[in-house]
Write a protein that binds this ligand. Structure first.
Ligand SMILES: [Zn+2]
Length: 124
């Protein structure tokens, strides 16, 4: 059966499991529209930075997002999160940007200062 997506107007077939769709929207639209109505506990883990959508995973898992690289995220509401488990869901398409505006920014991860020998005076 052919469906018409409410959001983008494309015709599509509902051939995936019902929970892949949000209402009568196509899969692509459902993917992003679902992110506009997350459960509160997931909403708190959602970071949108420069139009890219990320989810902050829990710590202590074997498989980590971004290979376990460390990120510091400053949310516009003032929360600051350090994570080594950041998952990127991709760039938010233009038509969903107004529904999913940026809510955070990356702040640089401070590294321990590198000691180089140039900094030392040779005392002889
Ligand atoms: Zn659609």
């Amino acid at each position: 059966m052919i469906e018409i997506c409410e959001f983008c107007g494309k015709t599509y077939k509902k051939n995936l499991t019902p929970d892949a769709y949000l209402g009568d929207n196509c899969f692509d639209c459902s993917f992003w529209l679902k992110k506009t109505c997350l459960k509160p506990e997931d909403e708190a883990r959602k970071a949108i930075i420069k139009g890219f959508h990320y989810m902050i995973g829990g710590e202590g898992y074997l498989f980590r997002g971004n290979g376990g690289k460390e990120f510091h995220i400053l949310f516009h509401d003032g929360r600051e999160v350090r994570t080594m488990n950041l998952w990127e869901q991709g760039e938010i398409p233009e038509e969903f940007r107004s529904l999913l505006p940026d809510n955070a920014q990356f702040i640089p991860v401070e590294k321990p200062e590198q000691i180089t020998f140039d900094d030392f005076e040779i005392p002889f």
